[in-house]
Each structure stands twice: as structure tokens, then as C-alpha cells.
Design a protein around this ligand. Structure first.
Ligand code: SF4
Length: 261
């Protein structure tokens, strides 16, 4: 099934379900995905994706990112098209970039200079927040959105396929360090992968995930489902009705919840 890779360090702005007109910053390679997860629904495909050179894929340099981001922000300002958001996402996990903290500082400085109303955002799988320099960098941005797709370890292994020793408890403990600024993003689906049935909308899943959200007390939860082609076949979207009903249960906990479909 075809998947979607960003072909440049700077993309857009493109209309985002969650962020409005979003100027994308891709720190990852354009010819393959680099991530310490390998989610069954990842729009960028599988990590290796049949690419024999996968292990040699290189991050975009901080200098190139800075230069292209400044050039694009200047163009947009001249055309009165300042974006709503400058968003780190792209072909993998942005916090894996060895210069991620410095690049965040640069992006904030460029935003202040050229697009002061834009929010600096990071979509992250939250696996590296136990590194002090990553936590500090993520706390500087306007919106760090941290992934938690299940409150059950077995399901996390099946959906997110972590490449390292990641557990739900480890993620929750890391996320708690964001305090009241925490934003959680969660994707819901069902289907079958490698002979295993997966459904993070089941009653047991819902109970475990809501328990995690109750413990985390984030400022906001973003609920969504598959939008584009996925590398795993046989996946089904969660229904809008299900997402809305789950959002209502989050709101009952006194936590803001938004559904993006
Ligand atoms: S964390 Fe994001 S980039 Fe990494 S595999 Fe999952 S969806 Fe893809």
C-alpha cells in the first residue's frame, strides 16, 4: 500500500486537522522513515520499507533546516500568509535528531522574528522524554503533543512496535513531567496484524486508557483515527461516534478532549 513521505525539510503550510495552517519541519530523511516506534498505522510506512540502505539514512542538518525555515517564513510573511503553527513532525520521530534541542531554540527564535503569532508544536511519541535535554526542549515549545495509544503494554507492543524497552508505565512517568502543559494524542483503530487481533477501542482498553488519562491529568487530549494509507493491511478506523463518546468520558474527568476526523 502506498505511504506518504515528506520530500523536504520544510513542508507547506498544509491544512492540519489539529493545528490549522501548519508549516511542517521534517528533521528526518526524505527517502525513508527513522523512528524508534514502527506503528502499524504510520503514514510514512515501515521503518525499513524495503530500503536496503535504511540504516544509513541521515538526519537533515540543523544548518539546512535553519536556512530553509527562515527562507520559507520570510516568503510567507511577504505574502501575508503567516502560518498558525510551525510543527515538528515529518518522516519519523523528531526528538531522535542529535541536535533537536538546538533546532527547537532556532525555530522559536525564527518564529519570534518572522511569524510571532504562530505556535511552535512538536508531535512526538514521548519515548525520549527521560532524556533531560529532550524534556527541556519540549517544555519550551507552545504545544508538545505526546502519543499514548493504549494503557495496556501488550497493545502498545502490537500497535506501536517500539524498537527499545518501552512500557506504558515508563511513558506515563515521562509524561507526568509536563505537568499542566501536557497534551496527549491518541489514535484509535481495530484490525489484524500478523495474525493478532488489535482493537484499542474495546472495553478493557478503554478502561486502561482512561485510567492513564486520569492519572496524567493533561490539559488536553486529542483523539483521532487513521487518515491516510497505512503500512499494515486490514486496519479499520475507529468510528466518529466512538471517538465522540470517548471524548465525553474524558470531559467527565474534567479534562478537555477534542476529536479530529
Ligand atoms: S511514532 Fe509517529 S513516526 Fe514513529 S512510527 Fe509511529 S506514527 Fe510513525
Amino acid at each position: 500500500m502506498p505511504t506518504f513521505l515528506f520530500d523536504s525539510p520544510i513542508i507547506g503550510p498544509i491544512r492540519s486537522r489539529r493545528l490549522g495552517q501548519s508549516l511542517g519541519v521534517n528533521l528526518l530523511p526524505s527517502n525513508g522513515k527513522l523512528c524508534n516506534y514502527d506503528c502499524i498505522y504510520c503514514e510514512c510506512g515501515w521503518n525499513a520499507n524495503g530500503n536496503p540502505e535504511h540504516k544509513k539514512l541521515a538526519f537533515n542538518s540543523a544548518e539546512i533546516v535553519y536556512e530553509l525555515l527562515e527562507k520559507r517564513l520570510q516568503e510567507l510573511r511577504q505574502n501575508h500568509q503567516e502560518p498558525d503553527a510551525i510543527t515538528f513532525s515529518g518522516n519519523g520521530e523528531p526528538t531522535m535528531h542529535p541536535q533537536f534541542p538546538q533546532i527547537v531554540d532556532s525555530a522559536i527564535a525564527l518564529r519570534n522574528r518572522h511569524a510571532p503569532c504562530a505556535k511552535v508544536c512538536v508531535l512526538t511519541n514521548a519515548t525520549l522524554v527521560d532524556r533531560p535535554e529532550i524534556l527541556t526542549a519540549l517544555k519550551k515549545v507552545d504545544r508538545a503533543m505526546l502519543k499514548l495509544d493504549s494503557g495496556i503494554d501488550k497493545t502498545l507492543q502490537l500497535i506501536n512496535r517500539p524498537q527499545a524497552d518501552i512500557t506504558v508505565r515508563k511513558l506515563i512517568d515521562g509524561m507526568k513531567q509536563f505537568g499542566q502543559n501536557l497534551i496527549v494524542q491518541s489514535l484509535f483503530l481495530s484490525g489484524e496484524v500478523d495474525g493478532f487481533a488489535i482493537d484499542n477501542t474495546s472495553p478493557a482498553e478503554e478502561k486502561a486508557w482512561l485510567s492513564a488519562i486520569k492519572e496524567l491529568q493533561p490539559s488536553m487530549v486529542m483523539l483521532y483515527t487513521i487518515e491516510r494509507a497505512t503500512p499494515a493491511q486490514n486496519l479499520q478506523k475507529a468510528s466518529t461516534a466512538y471517538l465522540q463518546s470517548l471524548a465525553e468520558k474524558v470531559r467527565y474527568l474534567g479534562i478537555e478532549a477534542n476529536v479530529f476526523v
